[in-house]
Design a protein around this ligand. Sequence first.
Ligand SMILES: NC(=O)c1ccc[n+]([C@@H]2O[C@H](COP(=O)([O-])OP(=O)(O)OC[C@H]3O[C@@H](n4cnc5c(N)ncnc54)[C@H](O)[C@@H]3O)[C@@H](O)[C@H]2O)c1
Length: 345
Amino acid sequence: MNPIKIGLIGNGSISESHLHAYQANPKVKLWAVCDLNEERARRTAEKSDYHELLANSEVQAVSICTWNNSHAEISIAALEADKNVLCEKPLCKTVDEALKVEEAVRKTGKMLQVGYVRRHASNIAVLKKFIDAGDLGDIYFAKASMIRRLGNPGGWFSDKDRSGGGPLIDIGVHVIDLCWYLMGKPKVKSVSGNTYSKLGNRSNIENYDFYQAADYDATRNDVEDMANALVRFENGASLLVDVSFSLHAKQDSAQVNLYGSKGGAEVEPKLSIVTEQHNTMINIEPQITQPAFDFQGSFQNEINHFVDSCLGIIETNSPVEDGVEMIKILNAIYQSAAEGREIQF
Ligand SMILES: NC(=O)c1ccc[n+]([C@@H]2O[C@H](COP(=O)([O-])OP(=O)(O)OC[C@H]3O[C@@H](n4cnc5c(N)ncnc54)[C@H](O)[C@@H]3O)[C@@H](O)[C@H]2O)c1
């Protein structure tokens, strides 16, 4: 089999995880890399204009690892240039953009996979087997939480024009999607949300390290500090969300919890399953090599999944529709917070 030729657009932080994973996949030949940052393009990438990369007919598929504001534009251009697309999360910033990307997938007949890397964690594959076998029963409640007490990365992350928002669209998207996926992608009925910008980026804090974007700028920040929401589904299930970049919390924390009629599951900090047997409550601790989210291992699984989907061996588990639905949920939370009312779907 001839290797599939891959192009990568946006050669910043997360692209490293894509590049390593492609390099480790024997079905792939990495063909071209581009970044609009001239210095970065000179140092590591070959081109600065993504149009040039897309004009190369050898390239069969691309990873899009740019800021959120260009995901829709580049995805549509890539699909129209006859490439399959792996687009980093979130699919884009607005519902209007999301629908245009979906339309481009439909018109071109190409495939777009959304970069929901957490779906590809090996502990999630284990949990999915339990869920699909009915061991949790009817999942009627889930909790998606990702709290950073001090973790606004600055740079493009805190510039709403480029990011589309703060912790909700950046880290909330991971945990909300994971819950929604594991709940069986129920149809949303309504969303009620709140956002707060009370603490800012807390760049005054001393003696405490946190991740900063390459172009960190403490003076620029127009995204929310924290968001919370209640999502109601048509099947009666509900999802509770809370996420933050800055919060007076005692520690950072993450929760992806599912509660069903026969059992429950907690994914963070490591997979455990809860059930009842012979009138006794049981906590099950699956004995697996990676009981927690394994960052690079999950990227490897995601890229392998994308490559096999491009080759027609499997069908992607993260199609464009799942990107559109998530943008609808995220935007409804922002709209609900802005208007102070529940948004009906
Ligand atoms: N899946 C994950 O766990 C995960 C983690 C981090 C980031 N991300 C996503 O990856 C994307 C990039 O994030 P990052 O942290 O790598 O940011 P980054 O700033 O480190 O890298 C983005 C790169 O894209 C380049 N770029 C921007 N617009 C471009 C364009 N139009 N054409 C070519 N290059 C362009 C920038 O110059 C930069 O080098 C974001 O969408 C983010 O949400 C995903």
